[in-house]
Design a protein around this ligand. Structure first.
Ligand code: ZN
Length: 530
């Protein structure tokens, strides 16, 4: 079957997604997310709003190099009664250095009368002069027509005129926004069909919010009506109920509708990773029920379902889970766990038949299951998985034994009345026959413990001086087999060669959970030097 036309993907996770309550991206987060989006093959990445806050300024001043995606800077049309060339906001966008600039403007006359108090003519001038200025500076202009669908429903002539003038002024893309998220798919399809009569579909984009749970359906309706760019966010992040979820959209456009989105079918397996990566960055619980990439998207529990699935998975699965990087989960059999573990062992260079016996695999499957029941999650802690696997196969020597540690946490007032918090850790370990004790201070108990442990080890293992902890995340959970809550600590470490690895520790005690994650982090570095 011939591919349908090219649909361009525009990700606004770093801007619209950052407006989600509870979300706060650092510059480092933004860089890492942008690189993941690039790897996935997204066309445009909205990096943020230069000139609006220090994080976005710093981000745009140090943009990571991308292979495929292009950055887009977001902002708004020039201010009322000023000139585009002298507009501080517009110039901040131009000076951000990126080629694509997306500006938002009004297309609902209700806003003109009730919020801005400006004339139709001034609104059109704000749109067209800003777009002309962006073009004059040799940038591509994207126009986000805010509240376009509400505007169209109230006053179609006015709304259509706003987008027509934006297109005529030279906008590469005119994006129709369902800003309040209240429009339904049938309305979107009908309204976009009207816009297509005055602006070519190749220049029309769609931006939907999920306030009726229809953001994905609305975006697809606009595509069916002829729009060619979709804006959305990873995991549907965004204000209120979120934006259209790009993960569902990408998979659906390719697998169900046969559109060309610039991503090959065999690259779709990155989607699950991308979704998990964003959750981990935000320290957010995964949505296990998410379409395509959720843990339960291909989970089968009922006996009847499971026996049918064993005969032919098509009985209860709309696609093969591997296509999107997910996996089948059969709750009453360990088959899926086993296959998963075999494939992860392959990733770390251990092959069945070769070094591994079937019984060893079974032991490891059971071990992983026990650990997961306690609250461990190895999907996001590759290094801890590798250590668990190699330990159970006796492939790791005993680098050191912990004899004991003690952490003292202190909080006091200094003579100026400021609160001072500090911690001290004392640790005793054994390397071979030698017992080593060390003490270190830190700004918190984990920092002190990390310093003391590495101090004790660094004479024998000098390479440990070169690692640093780059991230530390704590989550409280209640695992399925426990009655009391436990703490899961995840640590990200990095060495001088910029290798990164992630480790995990689980315990009812936060310091002990941190120690377990630190232990794995250090052990991982040591096995890489074997
Ligand atoms: Zn939005």
């Amino acid at each position: 079957m011939a591919k349908k036309p090219r649909i361009y993907l525009y990700d606004s996770t770093l801007r619209d997604g950052a407006q989600t309550s509870t979300v706060n991206f650092s510059v480092k987060d933004k860089k890492e997310i942008a690189l993941m989006l690039d790897k996935t093959g997204i066309d445009y990445i909205e990096g943020g709003w230069p000139g609006a806050n220090p994080t976005d300024d710093e981000f745009f001043a140090n943009l990571p190099k991308l292979k495929k995606s292009q950055f887009c800077a977001f902002g708004m049309t020039r201010r009322i009664n000023s000139s585009a060339a002298n507009d501080e906001g517009l110039n901040a966008l131009i000076n951000s250095g990126v080629k694509n600039i997306c500006i938002v403007g009004k297309s609902w006359d209700f806003h003109l009368k009730n919020a801005l108090n400006i004339s139709d003519a001034e609104n059109i001038a704000m749109i067209t002069e800003s777009i002309a200025y962006i073009n004059k500076k040799q940038r591509e202009a994207f126009f986000d027509a805010e509240h376009f669908f509400d505007g169209y429903k109230d006053n179609p002539k006015f709304a259509l005129n706003c987008v027509k003038k934006a297109y005529e002024a030279g906008a590469r893309w005119v994006i129709l926004c369902d800003t309040n998220g209240g429009t339904l798919p049938s309305e979107i399809k009908q309204i976009v069909s009207q816009v297509i009569k005055i602006i070519p579909g190749e220049n029309i984009g769609i931006h939907c919010h999920n306030d009726t749970g229809n953001a994905v359906a609305n975006s697809l309706a606009a595509i069916e009506a002829g729009a060619r760019q979709i804006q959305g966010t990873i995991n549907g992040l965004g204000e209120r109920c979120g934006n259209a979820d790009l993960i569902s959209l990408i998979a659906t456009l390719i697998l169900k509708m046969n559109y060309d989105v610039g991503i090959k079918e065999n690259e779709l397996k990155n989607l699950t990773k991308l979704s998990h990566f964003l959750d981990e960055t935000l320290n957010k619980e995964r949505n296990k029920f998410a379409p395509y990439i959720g843990e339960y998207a291909f989970a089968h529990k009922g006996g009847l379902h499971v026996s049918a699935i064993n005969k032919n998975p098509k009985c209860y699965e709309h696609i093969k889970p591997e296509i999107v990087g997910n996996k089948r989960k059969i709750m009453i059999s360990d088959q899926s766990g086993r296959a998963n573990i075999i494939s992860r062992l392959k990733e770390i260079g251990l092959n069945l038949n070769d070094q591994l016996k079937a019984t060893q695999i079974s032991d490891l499957v059971n071990k992983v299951k026990d650990q997961e029941a306690k609250g461990y999650a190895y999907d996001s802690a590759d290094a801890s998985f590798e250590i668990l696997a190699k330990k159970s196969l006796n492939l790791i020597p005993n680098f050191f034994d912990l004899i004991s540690f003690k952490v003292i946490d202190e909080r006091s007032l200094d003579n100026k009345g400021n609160i001072e918090a500090m911690a001290e850790a004392i640790i005793k370990i054994r390397i071979g026959k030698k017992i080593i004790m060390s003490v270190a201070e830190g700004n918190g108990p984990v920092n002190a413990l990390d310093k003391a442990l590495r101090k004790a080890l660094s004479r024998r293992y000098p390479m440990l001086k070169k690692i640093k902890l780059t991230d530390y995340k704590v989550r409280i959970l209640t695992p399925s087999d426990a009655t009391e809550a436990v703490t899961r600590v995840q640590i990200e470490s990095c060495d001088l060669e910029n290798n990164k690895w992630s480790t995990i520790g689980v315990s009812t005690n936060i310091i002990n959970a941190s120690y377990l994650a630190l232990y794995d982090s250090i052990t991982y570095k040591l096995i890489k030097h074997l």
